[in-house]
Design a protein around this ligand. Structure first.
Ligand code: SAH
Length: 340
């Protein structure tokens, strides 16, 4: 078992079961996430006998960093997993800190028409340690702290719910990387039962919903999941989330040229979310070589933005990162596999 997949509570229980004091867990977390050692032997305040037992029960294997691609304010990491699969993470330097976009699955079954990740069907879920190590290794590569984590890489986080929640617990722990819950964002294409489950947990983690269309007809063309959980159900679940948690929600809206960027779409979007404590994040589409969609021109995006503003919708336009390093989800893995 990889030790980076252990929550602090699990590690405390492990020590209790093996008749050791549970504060050892805090010491181990300190070595793993603050001092960032590479081996159990370096944990110098822990007794030899305990170290031997730890070595018997756990490994601390890292992922294999296969490739780093850098552009202005962006670094992209391709990681090899122990079974030879590959996933990627993208680091963005914002003025407010370093934000890492983490993958949650190998491939993705959601099959959104515009998305590169889904070109590879889901092979498997990532284990918690495989997500934790994306963050830890990116921090090491960067030589700086990662302050924000967004679960917007390859995969659908709510299709790997338990491991994702475990991952969040681990990076959120004060004794570990201590990434604040409000600095962590989970993004979902709209798996309604999981939105409901997430609501019940009342976590301080941010929720983002990939909306991309203001009506069922268009949304179903772009996102298969809408045929399973249509807009009405998604919006009802989100309304309930807002009521129970008193938090805000983000709606992500990729701007696809001549597909979902008309004035009518903007007005329909405004009436869909009117009255909710929500904001819309307009995402300039990252064109990929495999998929036919084109990005909406900047002027048109700003026009769409203005319509939403005039209709009293909170709206932002996502800063563009890494189009020069093909930073759209799944693009690096794709190009690596094809030897480009
Ligand atoms: N499955 C989750 C999280 C991964 S995708 C979800 O759907 O939310 C993270 C975000 O990136 C989603 O909003 C997704 O629609 C968007 N995205 C996918 N491909 C993109 C591209 N080529 N350019 C810009 N955004 C993209």
């Amino acid at each position: 078992m990889n030790i980076y997949g252990m929550t602090l509570t699990e590690l405390e229980n492990y020590f209790l079961i093996t008749k050791k004091k549970k504060f050892k867990a805090i010491q181990v977390y300190d070595w793993l996430y603050k001092k960032k050692v590479n081996s159990f032997d370096e944990m110098s305040n822990i007794k030899k006998a305990v170290i031997s037992k730890l070595k018997e029960d756990f490994n601390m294997d890292r992922l294999n960093l296969l490739k780093v691609q850098s552009g202005k304010d962006v670094h992209k990491y391709l990681f090899g997993l122990t079974d030879g699969q590959k996933v990627e993470a993208v680091l963005m330097n914002h003025d407010y800190g370093n934000s890492l976009c983490v993958s949650t699955q190998v491939g993705c079954n959601m099959g959104c028409a515009f998305c590169e990740s889904g070109r590879l069907k889901k092979v498997r879920n990532l284990e918690a340690y495989e997500m934790v190590l994306q963050v830890l290794m990116a921090e090491e590569e960067l030589g700086d702290r990662i302050s924000h984590v967004v679960l917007m890489g390859i995969g659908e986080p709510f299709d790997n719910y338990d491991n994702v929640m475990k991952f969040i617990d681990i990076i959120n722990s004060d004794y570990g990387m201590a990434i604040g819950a409000r600095h962590i964002t989970v993004s979902t294409c709209g798996i309604v039962p999981k939105i409901k489950e997430f609501t019940k947990e009342k976590r301080q983690v941010n929720l983002a919903i990939s909306l991309h269309a203001p009506n069922d007809e268009l949304r179903s063309q772009l996102m298969h999941i809408n045929k399973v959980y249509p807009l009405k159900e998604v919006m009802a679940a989100v309304r309930d989330y807002l009521k129970v948690t008193n938090r805000k929600v983000t709606f992500e809206y990729i701007m696809l040229k001549d597909v979902n960027d008309s004035d009518e779409c903007a007005l329909e979007l405004a009436s869909l979310i009117r009255g909710m404590t929500a904001y819309v994040n307009l995402i300039p589409y990252n064109e990929t070589s495999h998929i036919e969609f084109k990005k909406t021109d900047r002027n048109k995006i700003m026009h769409f933005y203005d319509i939403l503003k005039r209709n009293k919708i909170n709206v932002t336009v996502r800063k563009e990162f890494g189009s020069e390093v093909s930073a759209a989800c799944g693009q690096l893995r794709s190009s690596y596999e094809e030897g480009r």
